[in-house]
Design a protein around this ligand. Structure first.
Ligand code: AMP
Ligand code: GLY
Length: 429
């Protein structure tokens, strides 16, 4: 098979890595890819959001399966266009992708199907939004309706912060059109869990769990990022809790989407808050999490191409998904300054020394080779230093041993990824 992966991050590198291991894959292409992906796949210089060119390329190269990493092309309808031309895809169509494209739509859907989530209200009027906040008090959460690259959420701990979030979205327009409408919701407290289910339009199959760290700095402090590290499986997830998540959240969602005439194909990523009243859905994403995906791919034992094909063909009931017993940890190295302004084109050295550490795999995100053949950083999140081990502590130790080998003075990373899981393991000893 000829397989095309769309995207350029660490998530897509790990997907390419898993696909490249499959005997079914005879040619792997990535659009646009990065310097790490280029070691596994042929990279073509087409932006992930340039849908027409991706469709044309897929037709002319007779691609058998397109796997889409990021949400934006999905929300723009890449799957609909590819399918119109008879090209198999792994990912939801535009209607099903609305679950991530509009938080208001998602919340209305959750309410209609009685799926446990935070209480909320939708606003496109500034005064009404502020009156609601004043009435409810803080802490309170303000979200832009549309996609804002993970930055449209404010967890407001005081009134000024809450009212400023409304102004930022609706008057100052800092999220563009995404902030024309906002959602204000109840603050939930608890530990967060990323839960994944693979879907074929008819059924959903559990596809692993992970926990990530969104804050930029140690101690879960600092600004929110796309994710500074992750570990899998999530130690907080017990079999009893998984049953509740499947019965009360995933299954009603899949059936609800069928009922709405928008069956879901691809990977459904439930962002959950484990509250003292049980799991509550924070949000749905319609693609793999990044940095979570990297930890899932390292633990997956089954052939991913079989899984993607079964999902695309509506045949998930015919396969089983197997996992390694090992745990996996991913430590993200980012450019200094991220998630705000950061320097580009800084040189990274000694990556091979990290890769030589037992059980360690490095997935690239924003990397590129310069004209001198040196590896350079061109994005905010740049490298994913991953390792596996018998438990999270072992995996984390190996990952940090590898991080320490990398010579990149312009990068930074958190030193405490997986701290909760490590503390739990210490207590269990
Ligand atoms: P989202 O983009 O909706 O996943 O939100 C980003 C982050 O904001 C989440 O991972 C949570 O840490 C936090 N968050 C979102 N909604 C809530 C909520 N209702 N209560 C508490 N924290 C929240
Ligand atoms: N790590 C969270 C996300 O991918 O949205």
């Amino acid at each position: 098979m000829k397989i095309l992966v769309v995207g350029s991050g660490g998530r897509e590198h790990s997907l390419c890595w898993a696909i490249a291991k499959s005997k079914k894959c005879h040619q792997l292409i990535c659009a646009p890819g990065n310097a790490g992906i280029a070691n596994l796949a042929q990279c073509v210089d087409i932006n992930a959001e340039n849908i027409d060119e991706i469709v044309e390329f897929s037709i002319s190269k007779k691609i058998n399966l397109v796997v889409i990493g990021p949400e934006t092309p999905l929300v723009m309808g890449i799957v609909d266009k590819l399918r119109q031309h008879g090209i198999k895809t792994f990912g939801p169509n535009m209607d099903a992708a609305k679950l991530e494209a509009s938080k208001g739509h998602m919340k209305d859907f959750l309410k209609k199907y009685n799926i446990p989530t935070a209480e909320y209200a939708r606003f496109s009027d500034i005064k009404a939004a502020k009156d609601y906040i004043t009435d409810k008090g803080v802490p309170i959460v303000i979200k832009t309706d549309g996609l804002a690259a993970g930055k449209g959420v404010t967890v407001a701990t005081d009134m000024d912060m809450a009212l400023k979030a409304v102004d930022d979205a609706m008057i100052n327009g800092i999220f563009g059109d995404a902030g024309n409408e906002i959602i204000i919701e109840e603050f939930m407290s608890g530990e967060e869990l990323s839960y994944f289910a693979i879907c074929d339009g008819k059924i959903a199959m559990p596809f692993g769990s992970a926990q990530d760290h969104k804050a930029a700095f140690d101690g879960d402090k600092g600004p929110n990022t796309g994710g500074m590290g992750a570990y899998s499986p999530a130690p907080i997830l017990t079999p009893a809790m998984e049953k509740i998540i499947i019965d009360d959240i995933i299954t009603p969602t899949i059936n609800g989407l069928i009922n709405e005439g928008t069956p879901f194909n691809g990977i459904l990523f439930a962002g959950l808050m484990i509250t003292d009243k049980g799991p509550r859905l924070i949000e749905y994403n319609i693609r793999f999490g990044d940095p979570e995906c990297q930890t899932l791919m390292l633990r997956l034992k089954s052939d991913i191409v079989d899984i993607f094909m079964a999902a695309a063909d509506g045949n998930l009931n015919k396969i089983t998904v197997n996992w390694h017993d090992d745990c996996a940890v991913n430590v993200v190295m980012a450019a200094s300054g991220y998630p705000a302004k950061y320097k580009k084109n800084t040189v990274i050295k000694d990556i091979e020394m990290a890769e030589n550490i037992d059980s360690c795999t490095v997935f690239h995100a924003g990397t590129k080779l310069n004209n001198d053949g040196e590896l350079t950083a061109i994005g905010g999140r740049v490298l994913n230093i991953c390792a596996t081990g018998k438990n999270v502590t072992q995996a984390r130790d190996a990952a940090y041993m590898a991080v320490d080998k990398i010579n990149w003075p312009d990068g930074f990373y958190r030193r405490d990824i997986a701290w909760r899981a490590v503390a739990r393991e210490k207590m269990q000893k």
